[in-house]
Ligand binder design. Structure first.
Ligand code: NDP
Length: 487
């Protein structure tokens, strides 16, 4: 809700105010980017070591105040405080890893020279973009922005961050706590508002945009950025599948499926929304999932649905699944009781139902019986999305994981890849492109810079008008010697 230039954030469970922040307009966004340009020069000048120390100080400050941050996240998004603590822990992991590894991944290095320019040495380094715009969603208001922010900061960029209108106070907390350890320049700023403020950020002259949110908005962001050829990294929605193979530990698979599907009330981009279980383990798996999910209580482990309009989408998907012949073995259409949705497990849901095809973003799970792992992979991959996924099994689990069309897969676990700062994170297809986290995530926020340096006179000059026909012949002869033979 916006009132007199203030964005008022409320707890979705109680309606209580969680805090208020000033709304930015286009002028304010441009001014923030202008300030960030100055800050970026200073931040870049600190070098890898200076930035590392400061990012690690911020990391430590977050750890010291982790309860405060988790409590704030609970007040603003409704998620259980324990979930906020775990989310903050993941953010700390990414800050720590990025700070410690930026120099290794992005710092200057020599590369081996090549035949055509043998008298030159090659040098490679990755330089920061300058100012990076980060646009974030509400579902994980700590870790989803901190993922790209950690990479972008460690690479040497200043940041202007636009949090979701549903979680601006957590966004403000991140920028304020960073300013406590880096008071000199506004290296991490935050601008608040609705979608138009995100649009203004795309057009503000930032050198790169990192967007996390829905696929529909990702397309708008990319279109806005295309106007000025601003590169983008897009972390969008998903419809992740879990495959349970014949030799899986069924109890463990059920436990991980329930957590992967229901944590954060199912409002997880990499949440498990579909399971394909092979025939021999199907019945046992369904029983185990129902037993475990049936114990979860709304208002306790299952928090509220943060965005009210999502309740209609969840209800529509459940009703569509039931209308098309699916059965609810837990929950069902009546599971949606605003602002909560109780755990719902659906079986026999046809593949053309919205519950199978579209992102539901609620604590629902479909379980489909399949002949074998091949059928499971075909069905799991039959979606325009491709974010994460999971496999439970022994002998063939990794082979199955490789065949899933997605950026990440957990074997004998769910969502685990998000907890490793050294693994890249990102999707394929409608789930977006580009990567955050890991070496690839650091490179996402820096431009490769190639430099050659003459180290002596040219014996066989190739790149000059002053080369002689005899020298060109010599070059071709050397080429034949080195590369002419069939491998
Ligand atoms: P939205 O796409 O609705 O919003 C994301 C952000 O974009 C918000 O800050 C939003 O502002 C802003 N925005 C809205 N319109 C525009 C615009 N035209 N130009 C620029 N920015 C704009 O996503 P949600 O916040 O609803 O987040 C849920 C979605 O995020 C799900 O689809 C989920 O799968 C995905 N997600 C993906 C992740 C990943 O890593 N791949 C991780 C987490 C979530 P405002 O809130 O004010 O509208």
């Amino acid at each position: 809700m916006i009132e007199d230039g203030w964005l008022i954030s409320t707890n979705p469970a109680t309606g209580e105010e969680a805090g208020r922040v000033p709304v930015a307009d286009e002028k304010a966004v441009l001014a923030a980017v202008e300030r960030a340009r100055e800050a970026a020069l200073w931040w870049q000048g600190l070098g890898f070591a200076g930035r590392r120390t400061r990012i690690l100080r911020w990391r430590s400050l977050i750890v010291q105040r982790i309860e405060e941050l988790a409590e704030l996240t609970h007040r603003e998004s409704g998620k259980p405080v324990t979930d906020g603590l775990i989310e903050a822990t993941a953010a700390v992991e990414h800050l720590d890893w990025a700070a410690r590894n930026a120099k290794r991944v992005l710092g200057p290095r020599r590369v081996r020279t090549r035949l055509l320019v043998a008298e030159h040495s090659g040098h490679l380094e990755y330089q920061p973009y300058g100012v990076v715009g980060v646009i974030g969603p509400w579902n994980y208001p700590i870790v989803t922005p901190v993922g790209p922010i950690s990479g972008a900061l460690a690479a040497g960029n200043a940041i202007v961050f636009k949090p979701s209108e549903y979680t601006p106070v957590v966004g403000q907390w991140l920028a304020d706590s960073f300013a406590e350890v880096v008071p000199e320049h506004p290296v991490l700023q935050v601008v608040h508002g609705l979608g138009d403020v995100g649009g203004a950020l795309c057009r503000s002259g930032v050198a790169k945009i990192s967007f996390t949110g829905s696929t529909a908005t990702a397309k708008k962001v990319m279109a806005a950025c295309a106007e000025n050829l601003v590169p983008v990294v897009l972390e969008a929605g998903g419809k992740d599948a879990l495959i349970v193979d014949a030799d899986a530990d069924v109890e463990a698979a059920a436990e991980a499926a329930v957590w992967g599907a229901m944590t954060n009330a199912g409002q997880t981009c990499i949440g498990i929304e579909r399971v394909y279980a092979v025939e021999p383990v199907y019945d046992r798996f369904v029983d185990a999932v129902v037993a475990k999910a049936g114990k979860l209580r709304t208002g306790e482990e299952i928090g509220p649905i943060t965005m009210p309009k999502q309740l209609d989408i969840i209800r529509d998907h459940i009703e569509d699944a039931l209308a098309k012949g699916g059965r609810a073995v837990l929950g069902g259409a009546e599971a949606v009781q605003a602002p909560y949705v109780s755990p719902t497990v659906l079986v026999d849901v046809p593949e053309d139902s919205s519950e199978i095809r579209e992102e539901t973003f609620g604590p629902t799970l479909t379980i489909t019986k399949v002949r074998d792992a091949d059928e499971a992979v075909t069905k799991a991959n039959d979606t325009p999305y491709g974010l994460g996924g999971a496999v439970f099994g022994k002998k063939n689990a990794i082979r199955i994981a490789r065949r899933l069309r997605s950026g990440m897969v957990a074997v004998n676990g769910t969502l685990t890849f998000v907890g490793m700062g050294n693994l890249p994170f990102g999707g394929v297809g409608e789930s977006g492109f580009g990567r955050i986290h890991g070496d690839d995530g650091l490179r996402e926020f820096a431009r490769a810079k190639a430099i050659t340096v003459r180290r002596g006179p040219s014996l066989l000059p190739a790149m000059t008008f002053e080369r002689t026909p005899a020298q060109v012949k010599q070059i071709v002869k050397a080429l034949r010697l080195l590369y002419g033979r069939k491998p």
